[in-house]
Design a protein around this ligand. Structure first.
Ligand code: AMP
Length: 176
């Protein structure tokens, strides 16, 4: 199966949730077992030789493929969540959204200096969410960080905000 076939399975919803946004609906990609298997294979092939020990997924759409990829990589899964959801001691990071400020949290004891981490989310738009997640993981002092998205909106050039020495990768690239 080609990457083009996977791209075609993503449904574009114009003007959702607000006017001007071309929303990439991945539920149509996930509903086919063949597409799901191919997506899982592509992700596994990209990271199987990187020595990943933990996959960190961002709430909530990083929770779809994150744990599935962790299982295949024989790695653990760590959630980054919205405030008030994680029950133990957390550290947090805030970032600007189009309207207002958002905060994300991670358990302070979830990662260790030996960990090689893959941070995963569904989509790279402006990059604000992932930069905040990257800063959170960095604060916990891990050995190496990789970043992965299912979808990248290339026109927004969100990847420009990541440090040059960090490998940022996406499976499906869209213009908008
Ligand atoms: P950003 O922080 O701007 O990179 O936005 C990324 C987050 O917002 C991701 O977790 C996505 O789930 C969501 N998002 C932003 N733009 C879109 C879009 N066009 N389609 C679907 N989800 C989006």
């Amino acid at each position: 199966m080609s990457i083009q076939t996977l791209k075609q399975a993503v449904r574009n919803i114009p003007d959702f949730p607000i006017a001007g946004i071309q929303f990439k609906d991945i539920t149509t990609l996930f509903q086919s077992p063949e597409h799901l298997q191919e997506l899982s294979d592509v992700l596994y092939e990209a990271y199987k030789n990187k020595g990943i020990t933990k996959v960190v997924g961002i709430e909530s759409r990083g929770f779809f493929m994150g744990p599935a990829l962790a299982l295949r990589l024989n790695a653990g899964f760590i959630p980054i969540r919205k405030p008030g959801k994680l029950p133990h001691i957390t550290i947090e990071e805030s970032y600007e959204k189009e309207y207002g400020v958002d905060t994300i949290q991670i358990h302070e004891d979830s990662l260790s200096p030996d960990d090689v981490v893959l941070i995963h989310d569904d989509l790279l738009a402006t990059g604000g969410t992932m930069i905040a997640a990257y800063n959170l993981v960095k604060k916990l002092g891990v050995k190496k960080i990789y970043i992965n998205f299912l979808i990248e909106l290339e026109e927004l050039n969100g990847r420009q905000y990541f440090p040059k020495d960090v490998e940022v990768d996406s499976v499906l690239k869209f213009d908008i």
